[in-house]
Design a protein around this ligand. Structure first.
Ligand code: 5GP
Length: 192
């Protein structure tokens, strides 16, 4: 059974996780989060099986060989992230649409795999400077990792117009409301 896919992509720190969490809190009757597998270490407060399936690199490579992923990527050097087919099937089987918080390359890849069923949304941060401040403020990454995230963000910002919709996250409250409207419109349109 194929359901719908709502893809949120953005550079790390643009606010997409907050927007996604808000949507899930208000619409858990129709939306469920696609929990990705990742080889990175959990951050403080993150829970295995809720935020990510935190797995070792060997396990991840084994799953690649077994073709268990719809898409996967080495998002940062040595750190893999991927969407498991079983995760999407589980959510569709429950009659809900799947919502993704995924990097820009992964988002485009998913959209091209499901052109009709997917809505791809790019979350634009107010500026690269604000994005950098947010990432530094998080205090979760080493200086080297931060540099890698900044460099990736600069590349990703240039990809915005390849998405179905762009949400400018200048004011978080407004961005959340806009996202809700766009997603509900898409789901309603699909019903017709
Ligand atoms: P973080 O380490 O900040 O949780 O995530 C880093 C980046 O990886 C974010 O842009 C996040 O959206 C992305 N990401 C999370 N899960 C996946 C996935 O399954 N596939 C891909 N391609 N990217 C992912």
């Amino acid at each position: 059974m194929k359901g719908k896919l709502i893809i949120f992509s953005a550079p790390s720190g643009a606010g997409k996780t907050t927007i996604v969490n808000r949507l899930l809190a208000s619409h858990n009757d129709k939306l469920a989060f696609s929990i990705s597998a990742s080889t990175r270490e959990p951050r403080l407060g993150e829970v295995d099986g809720r935020d990510y399936y935190f797995i070792g690199k060997e396990d991840f490579l084994h799953k690649i060989a077994n073709q268990e992923f719809i898409e996967f990527e080495e998002v940062y050097s040595g750190t893999f992230y991927g969407t498991l087919k079983s995760e999407v099937d589980r959510i569709w089987a429950s009659g809900k649409s799947v919502i993704f918080d995924i990097d820009v390359v992964g988002g485009q890849r998913l959209k091209s795999k499901f052109p009709e069923e997917a809505l791809s949304i790019f979350v634009n941060p107010p500026s690269l400077e604000v994005l950098k401040e947010r990432l530094i403020g998080r205090g979760t990454d080493s200086e080297e990792k931060l540099k890698e995230r900044f460099a990736k963000a600069e590349i990703e910002l240039k990809e915005a117009d390849k998405f179905d919709v762009i949400i400018n996250n200048i004011d978080l409250e407004e961005a959340c409301q806009e996202a809700e409207q766009i997603v509900l419109d898409f789901l309603n349109k699909c019903k017709k």
